[in-house]
Design a protein around this ligand. Structure first.
Ligand code: GDP
Ligand code: ZN
Length: 293
């Protein structure tokens, strides 16, 4: 039987199958391979005589992350806002790079449009090709558009504490009844406390995960982005990459750089280019031999 792990708790995995949710144990075979199943994994399971489930096989993953410990994320919804807490787009850009690099779609949700304007964030992401959805968990504006954008996917919601992730999930389905606005409680879950991860079922093969703030969405440890790969994780650079004088142009100080020209002409947003430069400097600190397995 095949299914998806929707929750992991105290050594048990809860696997959604065509026959409903089945509580499963891992198998010795998996442990032997050093493979620990993650929420989001597609798995093959079998039932013993007593009707207890066991995971026999974890199917190949498209991606896997450490914090939160999840696999096969198809869309990362970055929840942003110009209301307090105002989103620092560098954090969004860092996550979007990791997401794009790991074959995960990026969706920008601009929340609290009932309170503030959306122009700044819309402009920054206009050229990226990422869907940008202005919404309000309070009034319901944009929530149907968001529902369409996440349909049929395993989606992770990320964003600063207080930006409205729980409120948006509740707006998508009031039955989730996530606690809203209890910031002290949220901060209480420190960076290193293990928080159990659970996929919320939105129906029609749509699964949503609420993740902690930007800082702890840690995907890099799994699949770090090398500086020469960084350019491919900025979709709005694509159209210009063949236009640079040098094939190995890093788009930093080289003459005749088509990417920099596009920034000067306003075709690539300067904030995004700034993020690229900062990330490039960061990524160059890694040595290649440290990365390759
Ligand atoms: P989270 O930490 O990202 O999960 O954010 P919460 O969902 O807990 O929301 C934090 C606060 O923002 C709460 O007081 C919410 O009521 C409020 N909030 C969330 N979304 C909106 C919105 O679209 N408009 C307004 N005005 N307030 C919102
Ligand atoms: Zn260049």
């Amino acid at each position: 039987m095949e299914g998806v792990i929707i929750k992991a708790l105290s050594g048990f995995y809860y696997v959604k199958t065509a026959d409903g949710v089945i509580e499963c144990k891992g198998s010795g075979k998996l442990r032997h391979k050093g493979l620990s199943p993650l929420v989001g994994d597609r798995v093959e399971i079998s039932l013993d005589q007593a009707g207890k489930g066991r995971i026999d096989l974890v199917l190949p993953r498209t991606n896997a992350f450490i914090r939160p410990a999840v696999a096969n994320i198809e869309a990362l919804i970055c929840v942003t806002s110009d209301a307090i807490p105002v989103t620092d787009t560098y954090l969004v850009d860092r996550l979007s790079v990791i997401a794009v690099h790991n074959h995960c779609q990026v969706i920008i949700a601009i929340n609290k449009v009932d309170l503030v304007r959306t122009e700044r964030l819309k402009e920054i992401y206009a050229a990226t090709g990422f869907p940008v959805i202005a919404c309000s968990a309070e009034t319901g504006e944009g929530i149907e558009e968001l529902r369409k954008a996440v349909a049929g996917k395993i989606c992770a919601f990320t964003g600063d504490s207080g930006v409205g992730k729980s409120s948006i999930l509740n707006a998508l389905n009031p039955a989730f009844s996530l606690r809203v606005g209890e910031v002290s409680d949220k901060l209480g879950r420190g960076r290193h406390t293990t928080r159990h991860v659970e996929l919320f079922d939105l129906g029609n093969d749509t699964w949503l995960i609420d993740t902690p703030g930007f800082a702890s969405f840690d995907m890099e440890a799994v699949n770090p982005v090398l500086c020469e790969d960084l350019q491919y994780a900025f979709p709005e650079f694509d159209a210009y990459l063949n236009g640079c004088r040098f094939n190995d142009c890093a788009h930093l100080k080289e003459p005749d750089c088509a990417v920099r020209r596009a920034v000067e002409e306003g075709k690539i947003h300067k904030k995004r280019y700034q993020s690229y430069k900062l990330m490039y400097a960061d990524a160059s600190k890694y040595k290649h031999w440290e990365m390759k397995k």
